[in-house]
Ligand binder design. Structure first.
Ligand SMILES: NC(=O)c1ccc[n+]([C@@H]2O[C@H](COP(=O)([O-])OP(=O)(O)OC[C@H]3O[C@@H](n4cnc5c(N)ncnc54)[C@H](OP(=O)(O)O)[C@@H]3O)[C@@H](O)[C@H]2O)c1
Length: 326
C-alpha cells in the first residue's frame, strides 16, 4: 500500500511516499481502507519536535529517541472496513467508520488496522467522509477539557485561538452546552467564529482580552499566549484556565495555584474515548456540530498540506482525500 513515511524529525520535506506492506488485522482488529484523513497540529509537532517548553525529551521518549518509532503520521481517518479479524463482533466488512489513533498515529496510509475496542466507531451514513475524518482531534480535545472544567449551562467562556482545529470545536461544543461564548481570533476569522456560535468576538490584533476588564468562568488557551500570569485577572472567582497548550513550567504551577487561590489551571494530555466519538457523530448528524474545513488536498499533495499546517494559521481542519469515489 502507499503511505507517507518519515525517517527523521524535521520540516515537511522529510516526508516521503513509500510502498509499505499492507497491514493484516489481528484477531481483534479491523482493517480500514482510508477515504479521508487530516493533517493536524499534532502531526506538525510530532514531525518537527517543535513542542512546548520542557517537553522535548518526553516527546523523544514517546515517539523515538533518535528517529521516529512510528514512521507514519496521521491520527484521524474515515473509511470502510475491508476485512476483520476472527474475533471481531462489533464491525463487519463494508461498515463505514471513523477513528482516532491519537499518539499511535499511522493514518496517513491507504490502510490502517484498529482494535475493535479501540477508538473506532460507525460513521453516520449522512456524514461525508471528510467531515467524519475531522471530528475527532479537535472534538475530543474540546470535550475532554470542557468535561474536566465542569462547564455549566449559563457560564461564560472565552476561547483564545477560536479559529484553530481545537478552538472551532470548543466554541461549538461550549455553545451546545449552553455557555456564553467569547472567541478570540484575528480580523479575518471573526465572522467565521461568530457563525460557530460565539456571542462576542475579540480581534486579538486590536484588543488584549487580559486588559479589557471583562471576566469569565472559564478561559481556554489553545495558543499559549494566555498563561495564568496574564489571564488570572480575567477569571472570575472559582474560574478555570484550560491550558490546551501548556509547557512544563505552566504545569508545575498547577498545585500552587490550587492551594493559594479559588482559581484553577487544567492542563495535560487528553483522555480519548470511543464514546466521545459517538457523541460527536450524533451531534454532527443532528447538524449541531460541524467540523470547520479550511482546505482539502489530495493524498499526493500531503507535503503541501503539512507546509500549510506549519504556518500555525489554518482555520479548523485540513483534509487529505485518498479516493475520488467518496
Ligand atoms: N493538551 C492536549 O492534549 C492537546 C490536544 C490537542 C492540541 N493541543 C495543542 O493545542 C494547540 C492548538 O491546536 P490546534 O489544532 O487548534 O492548532 P491550529 O489549528 O494550528 O491553530 C491555528 C489557529 O491559531 C490561531 N492563532 C494563532 N496565533 C493566535 C493568537 N495570537 N491569538 C489567537 N489565535 C491565534 C490562528 O488564527 P489566525 O490565523 O487568525 O491568527 C489559527 O486559526 C496546538 O499547539 C496543539 O499542540 C494540545
Amino acid at each position: 500500500m502507499k503511505a507517507v513515511v518519515y525517517e527523521r524529525y524535521g520540516p515537511p520535506e522529510v516526508l516521503q511516499f513509500k510502498e509499505v506492506e499492507k497491514p493484516t488485522p489481528k484477531d481483534n482488529e479491523v482493517l480500514i481502507r482510508t477515504h479521508a484523513t487530516t493533517v493536524t497540529s499534532a502531526d506538525w509537532r510530532v514531525r518537527s519536535l517543535n513542542v512546548p517548553a520542557g517537553f522535548g525529551f518526553v516527546m523523544r521518549l514517546v515517539f523515538g529517541i533518535a528517529k521516529p518509532r512510528q514512521p507514519i503520521l496521521g491520527s484521524e481517518l474515515a473509511g470502510v472496513v475491508e476485512s476483520v479479524g476472527k474475533d471481531v463482533r462489533n464491525f463487519k466488512i463494508g461498515d463505514q467508520v471513523f477513528a482516532f489513533s491519537d499518539t499511535s498515529m499511522g493514518c496517513h496510509a491507504e490502510y490502517k488496522c484498529m482494535p475493535q475496542d479501540g477508538v473506532v466507531v460507525l460513521k453516520p451514513p449522512s456524514l461525508p467522509y471528510d467531515e467524519a475524518a475531522a471530528l475527532s482531534f479537535g472534538g475530543s480535545t474540546a470535550l475532554d477539557f470542557l468535561r474536566r472544567a465542569r462547564l455549566q449551562r449559563g457560564e461564560s467562556i472565552l476561547v483564545n485561538g477560536a479559529s484553530g482545529g481545537v478552538g472551532t470545536a470548543v466554541v461549538q461544543l461550549a455553545r451546545h452546552f449552553g455557555a456564553d461564548v467569547t472567541g478570540v481570533c484575528s480580523t479575518a476569522n471573526m465572522e467565521m467564529v461568530r457563525s460557530l456560535g460565539a456571542c462576542y468576538v475579540i480581534d486579538y490584533t486590536k484588543e488584549d482580552f487580559t486588559r479589557n476588564g471583562e471576566t469569565y468562568d472559564v478561559i481556554v488557551d489553545t495558543v499559549g499566549t494566555a498563561p495564568f500570569s496574564r489571564s488570572k485577572y480575567s477569571l472570575k472567582d472559582g474560574g478555570r484556565l484550560l491550558m490546551v497548550l501548556a509547557g512544563l513550567p505552566d504545569m508545575l504551577q498547577i498545585p500552587w495555584v490550587s492551594m493559594t487561590s479559588s482559581k484553577k489551571i487544567i492542563a495535560g494530555p487528553v483522555a480519548v474515548r470511543a464514546d466521545d466519538l459517538r457523541f460527536l457523530a450524533r451531534l454532527a448528524e443532528a447538524g449541531e456540530f460541524k467540523p470547520v474545513i479550511d482546505r482539502r488536498y489530495p493524498f499526493e499533495q500531503i507535503v503541501e498540506a503539512h507546509r500549510y499546517v506549519d504556518t500555525g494559521r489554518k482555520k479548523g481542519n485540513i483534509i487529505i482525500t485518498l479516493n475520488l469515489d467518496n
